[in-house]
Write a protein that binds this ligand. Structure first.
Ligand code: G3P
Length: 217
């Protein structure tokens, strides 16, 4: 499973890159607004830090303007992935970009039918939002399972990029299903390290080693 960081925080991205855990970055207009940064400058910065794919989302919703924005975003760096909304115009742009080998991430996916359309449009990634479905008492992970099944049935190459990930169990359950990628805030990745028995066991090892009076170095 590839781990993408869902953030525009360059310090957090660098930290994950240094840990060897960073496979990519995703952003969206809300994340950019929250960062207070200049969008195009920040995406260029992120694309230098992260060696993997960096998703940058168009702001427009009409075909012509999305096409122009997509070309500008794709020109920032070779690892830019153009993020597009799952709408009729968004998938028309996706098809055009796919035909000229520009990487695409179709976002705001909430149904298997939408995911099927995105795969047929040649999307590089599909981003189903599990957290937002859970928020309204729908089973977000069931959507992931449905999409993985459909894509496997027909050999679609579109990668399932699980988004709106709120906690470690979303990551673990998506990995059990076989999703290709997950994206989440860096803090959620950090939560995967934690287990009280690990902390307790390490403390005991340290204490018992100290009692030996020995040193390895
Ligand atoms: O990439 C999509 C993700 O940022 C949405 O997350 O928590 O706003 O549903 P959330």
């Amino acid at each position: 499973m590839k781990f993408f960081a869902d953030t525009a925080d360059t310090a957090a991205i660098q930290d994950l890159e240094d840990s060897g855990l960073l496979d990519g970055v995703t952003t969206n207009p809300s994340i950019i607004a929250k960062s207070g940064a200049n969008f195009l400058e920040r995406i260029a910065e992120i694309a230098k830090i992260c060696k993997g794919p960096v998703s940058a989302e168009v702001a427009a919703t009409d075909f012509d303007t999305m096409m122009k924005e997509a070309d500008k975003l794709a020109a920032i760096a070779d690892n830019i992935v153009v993020k597009l909304p799952l709408t009729e115009d968004g998938l028309k742009v996706c098809k055009k970009l796919s035909d000229k080998n520009v990487m695409t991430n179709v976002t705001l996916c909430f149904s298997a039918g939408q995911a099927l359309l995105a795969a047929k449009a040649g999307a590089t990634y599909i981003s189903p939002f599990v957290g937002r479905l859970d928020d309204i008492s729908h089973d977000g992970l069931q959507l992931i399972e449905d999409i993985v099944t459909i894509y496997d049935n027909y050999g679609f190459e579109t990668e399932v990029l699980v988004a709106s990930v709120r906690h470690p169990m979303h990551i673990i359950d998506a990995a059990k299903i076989g999703a290709d990628v997950m994206t989440c805030p860096p803090s959620v990745i950090k939560q995967l390290y934690k287990h009280p028995l690990t902390d307790k066991g390490l403390a005991a090892f340290v204490d018992d080693w100290a009692k030996t009076g020995q040193s390895i170095l």
